[in-house]
Write a protein that binds this ligand. Structure first.
Ligand SMILES: [Zn+2]
Ligand SMILES: [Zn+2]
Length: 345
């Protein structure tokens, strides 16, 4: 089968690989019909994630059709259409019993990281019963690819941890796919203000269409000042960090209101300054989280009922043979205006 293989920092190639086989009785083999590229895949290609060794097939998102199942799989049968979660969970360990699937002691985020991933014709999914979700017959499968990772990530790490509430004020720093996923799902709670902050005017335009009440281009370094003007000098109740660099986290520290919550989503590769000399008396909370995908069943219901349309995040489509072109487009988002790209088998 064809697969996109990581070859070490800065290197990737489409290679011929043997079709994966059932290795454990809980496994399923899934034929991929649609997959996508994540910002995290770009981090791997930069060499930021040492857990991912050269030779690994990348990808942790996608939908497909069950091709084969191990002897212990009871929920799925060959031919079933399934959503693949970016998190594999055994359902039984210390963390899984606390719904903290991201820290599953034999799973978590392993797909396209410690085991071969979804950017291939077939993928082996461990713990299939608790790591796949059934897709109903008439579902828009392209839209559901957004539920493998970015929608639960934006919702759980940003919106839930950030305690977004009716009538509250929210700033989201970073208007990429994850920030936009937080913007879409924050609206479940009807906050009064949803301020999107980014360096890219195109992405801010998109944010307006997705429901942002205000946008700020932070190129001039005055974003915190502008947020203060918009909030009677208080700052925001929730600041969601959706980039993963020191400047954006420190911006969240600068615009949080007393009593507010900074919820971090970004993947940070370097240390960030915590300004306790300004924050020690402000009753704030800072949260971190790796997505658990505990909200995936709820998000499937919401999307199936057309209450939100994650398909809006899809800007480009490629066939699998053009996956390198897809990486190029996704990796140059400032010029290509790419948000999420769909790769079809
Ligand atoms: Zn991802
Ligand atoms: Zn577990």
């Amino acid at each position: 089968m064809k697969a996109l293989v990581y070859g070490g920092p800065g290197k990737m190639a489409v290679e011929d690989r043997p079709k994966p086989q059932i290795m454990e009785p809980g496994d399923a083999i899934v034929r991929i019909t649609k997959t996508t590229i994540c910002g995290t895949d770009l981090h791997i290609l930069k060499g930021d994630l040492p857990t991912c060794a050269p030779g690994r097939i990348l990808g942790h998102e996608g939908v497909g059709v069950v091709d084969a199942i191990g002897g212990n799989v009871t929920t799925f049968r060959p031919g079933d259409h399934v959503l693949i979660s970016c998190i594999s969970s055994c359902g039984k360990c210390y963390y899984c019993r606390r719904s903290m699937y991201s820290h599953c002691t034999t799973g978590g985020w392993i797909l396209g990281n410690q085991i071969d991933g979804t950017q291939a014709e077939f993928v082996r999914i461990p713990y299939a019963d608790t790591s796949l979700y059934p897709i109903v017959a008439d579902a828009d499968e392209e839209a559901l690819v957004m539920l493998s990772d970015i929608l639960p990530t934006g919702f759980e790490c940003g919106v839930l941890n950030g305690k977004v509430a009716p009538g509250s004020s929210v700033a989201i720093v970073g208007s990429g796919p994850i920030g936009l996923a937080a913007l879409l799902t924050a609206q479940f709670y009807s906050p009064a203000a949803l301020i999107m902050i980014d360096l890219d005017d195109n992405r801010l335009e998109v944010a307006k269409k997705f429901g942002a009440t205000a946008t700020i281009n932070s190129t001039d370094g005055k974003a915190a000042e502008k947020v203060m003007q918009m909030t009677d000098g208080r700052g925001v109740d929730t600041a969601i960090e959706a980039v993963g660099i020191p400047a954006t986290f420190e911006l969240c520290e600068a615009l949080i209101a007393p009593g507010g919550t900074i919820s971090n989503i970004g993947v940070h590769g370097t240390k960030v300054e915590l300004h306790l000399e300004r924050l020690w008396d402000r009753n704030i909370t800072i949260t971190t989280r790796l997505v658990d995908t505990a909200s995936t069943p709820m998000l499937l219901e919401v999307v199936s009922a057309h209450r939100i349309d994650p398909k809006l995040l899809i800007t480009h489509r490629f066939s699998f043979e053009h996956i390198l072109e897809a990486y190029d487009t996704f990796g140059h988002a400032a010029t290509t205006k790419a948000l999420k790209v769909i790769i079809e088998a």
